[in-house]
Design a protein around this ligand. Structure first.
Ligand SMILES: CC(C)(COP(=O)(O)OP(=O)(O)OC[C@H]1O[C@@H](n2cnc3c(N)ncnc32)[C@H](O)[C@@H]1OP(=O)(O)O)[C@@H](O)C(=O)NCCC(=O)NCCS
Length: 210
């Protein structure tokens, strides 16, 4: 399966040999949509938390955008969020944690990617009752060169179609409160901010039925 996105861009299934590209895109968009390169001392950890496990654990909902200069984005999803989080907890994070150092619990001593090293050892899975009508979830990140061409919309619509066809009745996304651009983009695609006292404040949940 491939989707022609025009202008030399296409959407195709993500493969295991896309891991380096997934990590690169995740790093370049990892600071609320902006480049996180200057913040991180390990360029791969963001991708190993937020992108690569989707290809590894839910490959049927993992796609990359390939442009004239190679992979320049991805759209990733999971059909059943609690089941996916359980897989992450059992199959993904322990093996990853075994390969990296432990920054310890004292946040005041953390530097560079220590926050990620800590997050890998103590992953936070947020799935309160308020999200249960929206059990699937997704992520999208495009490098700057691929933005503003309608690729984000087409890629998300493709993912939503796949999730709906597999039986999802609704999906959610998490977005940084600082990432106003992505929030505007998601609103254009029919998502609305979910407000509930159970939800944490450090992330915005946006939801829509499928
Ligand atoms: C957010 C992102 C996925 C949007 O993709 P895109 O391909 O640029 O968006 P599209 O061109 O498909 O735009 C679709 C619609 O959203 C709107 N939109 C897109 N980005 C927007 C922005 N930053 N601010 C306001 N509206 C925006 C477009 O104007 C368009 O509206 P229309 O349908 O009325 O024409 C992309 O900019 C991106 O990857 N940004 C960096 C990473 C990021 O923030 N990811 C989300 C993390 S939660």
């Amino acid at each position: 399966m491939e989707l022609d996105l025009g202008g030399g861009y296409r959407l195709r299934p993500a493969l295991w040999n896309d891991y380096a590209a997934l990590c690169r895109v995740c790093l370049k968009t990892g600071d609320a949509g902006k480049d996180a390169t200057g913040r991180e001392d390990d360029p791969d950890l963001l991708g190993l938390i937020y992108a690569v496990p989707y290809q590894a654990l839910a490959p049927e909902f993992a796609f990359v955008v390939e442009g004239p200069d190679g992979v320049c984005g991805y759209v990733l999803g999971a059909l059943d969020t609690p089941a996916f989080y359980e897989k992450l907890e059992v199959e993904w994070f322990p093996a990853l944690a075994a390969r990296i150092g432990d920054p310890g619990p004292d946040e005041s001593r953390w530097q560079g990617s220590d926050w990620a090293r800590h997050a890998i050892r103590h992953p936070e899975f947020i799935y309160p009752e308020a999200l249960q009508a929206y059990p699937a979830h997704g992520h999208i990140d495009l490098l700057e060169e691929a933005r503003g061409r309608g690729i984000g919309r087409r890629a998300m619509e493709h993912l939503m179609g796949k999730l709906a066809a597999a039986g999802a009745r609704g999906m959610h996304l998490q977005v940084s409160p600082r990432n106003r651009g992505a929030q505007a983009f998601y609103r254009k695609l029919g998502f609305a901010v979910l407000r509930d006292w159970e939800l944490p404040r450090h992330t915005v949940f946006m939801v829509r039925g499928l």
